[in-house]
Design a protein around this ligand. Structure first.
Ligand SMILES: *Cc1c(COP(=O)(O)O)cnc(C)c1O
Length: 381
């Protein structure tokens, strides 16, 4: 089905920061499966876990415990301070679980409150409920009727969030930095302000860290860059480093799901859990996260200097999630020229080009990215 548009080339092979098409042409990949390949293409940790677990046990069914799932839950809770974890296959599915949890919590602990505050420009997934939770104006008209229970406010605006809270609201759901929305970094103190609001009004704070989590912003959770601890956190994308697995983490206050509330045939599958465990173990290395912050500073410097040279653009981002924001809608054209120059970048918005390199990208790759981007930029009309 023609569900999206794609260039005519066919991708065949990947290694580290590089992707090859079927003709053997090589691309420097600053999309990395949409911030999925946290450790680059086909990392040794993932290949080893797939091989070892793949020959031991693929699926005992979700009716039984399996060791990788237990170890992964323990590791994630130890890293984040959460008390409970459950697993799914996609970011959207993890966010659905967070929505279920908020609705149940509202029924039990907040006199039947069931609305969730979300933000304009947010992206929470493509299931019916997560489309309704997202703040993409075009989503509402696609498959009406839209799932009820979501109230949107301006992102980054604390007063708007405060003003939208009433007795029907159970939770606030937010990305620490809006990814698909175009790498929108909120003003300092925004997340802490939401935490305060949730504490004062007895609401759950849900952080959708599907894109910002797993080291992307230079700390294991993006919320830590603002010294905030959410009640519920969802992880996806980088968690499996190329393998589909997602997680929902909850603290003691929020965790209210009981047997029968949630499940899935492949949920907590040991093959996927063993990969995620290997990835999280690799990301637990403080040197790796320090390198993300260092590369992030280099990205800021590099993108700023290109913006000064060509004009009409501003960089924004954190860690290794970056964007160039143009004063004209040139993102699609620039990304196409970049592809011609052997560089993959993502037009996240008509005027925003997004960069999501693997977390182990090197200073040389950042320089090479800048050279190829300059070639593409020089071709813009
Ligand atoms: C990608 C993304 C999702 C959806 O994840 P899928 O795995 O595509 O379902 C949800 N939230 C955020 C913040 C994302 O970036």
């Amino acid at each position: 089905m023609p569900v999206t548009t794609r260039p005519s080339l066919v991708m065949a092979r990947g290694a580290g920061s590089w992707l090859w098409d079927e003709t053997g042409r090589r691309y420097l990949d600053f999309v990395q499966g949409w911030a999925v390949n946290a450790l680059g293409h086909c990392p040794v940790e993932v290949r080893r876990a797939l091989g070892e677990q793949g020959s031991r046990l693929l699926s005992p069914s979700p009716a039984y415990h399996n060791r990788p799932q237990l170890d992964l839950a323990e590791k994630l809770c130890a890293l984040t301070g959460a008390h409970h974890a459950t697993f799914c296959l996609s970011g959207a599915e993890a966010n659905e679980v967070a929505v279920k949890l908020a609705r149940k919590w509202g029924r039990l602990r907040r006199s039947g409150a069931w609305q969730i505050l979300t933000t304009w420009g947010a992206f929470h997934g493509r299931t019916l409920a997560t489309m309704a939770a997202s703040g993409k104006p075009t989503f509402d008209a696609l498959f009406p009727p839209s799932t009820p229970g979501f109230r949107r406010v301006a992102f980054g605006d604390l007063a708007a969030a405060r003003g939208a809270v009433d007795d029907s609201v159970a939770a606030v759901m937010v990305e620490p930095v809006q990814g698909e929305g175009g790498v929108v970094v909120p003003p300092p103190g925004y997340l802490a302000g939401l935490r305060e609001l949730c504490d004062r009004e007895n609401l759950l704070l849900i952080c959708d860290e599907v894109q910002t989590g797993c080291g992307r912003l230079g700390t294991f959770l993006g919320q830590s860059t603002e010294r905030v601890s959410a009640d519920v956190t969802t992880l996806g994308k980088g968690l499996g480093a190329g393998v589909p697995v997602s997680a929902v983490l909850a603290n003691e206050r929020a965790s209210c799901l009981e047997p029968g509330d949630q499940g899935g045939t492949h949920a907590g599958n040991p093959l996927l859990a063993s990969v995620a465990l290997a990835v999280v173990t690799a990301l637990g290395d403080p040197d790796l996260l320090a390198a993300v912050r260092q590369r992030g500073a280099e990205m800021r410097e590099t993108l700023s200097s290109l913006a000064r040279r060509f004009g009409g653009a501003q960089p924004r981002g954190r860690g290794l999630l970056w964007a160039l924001v143009f004063d004209r809608p040139v993102a699609v054209e620039l990304s196409a020229h970049a592809l011609d120059a052997g560089l993959l970048v993502n037009p996240a918005q008509p005027n925003v080009v997004r960069f999501m390199p693997q977390l182990r990208t090197s200073p040389i790759e950042v320089e090479l990215m800048a050279e190829r981007l300059a070639t593409a930029w020089a071709r813009l009309d």
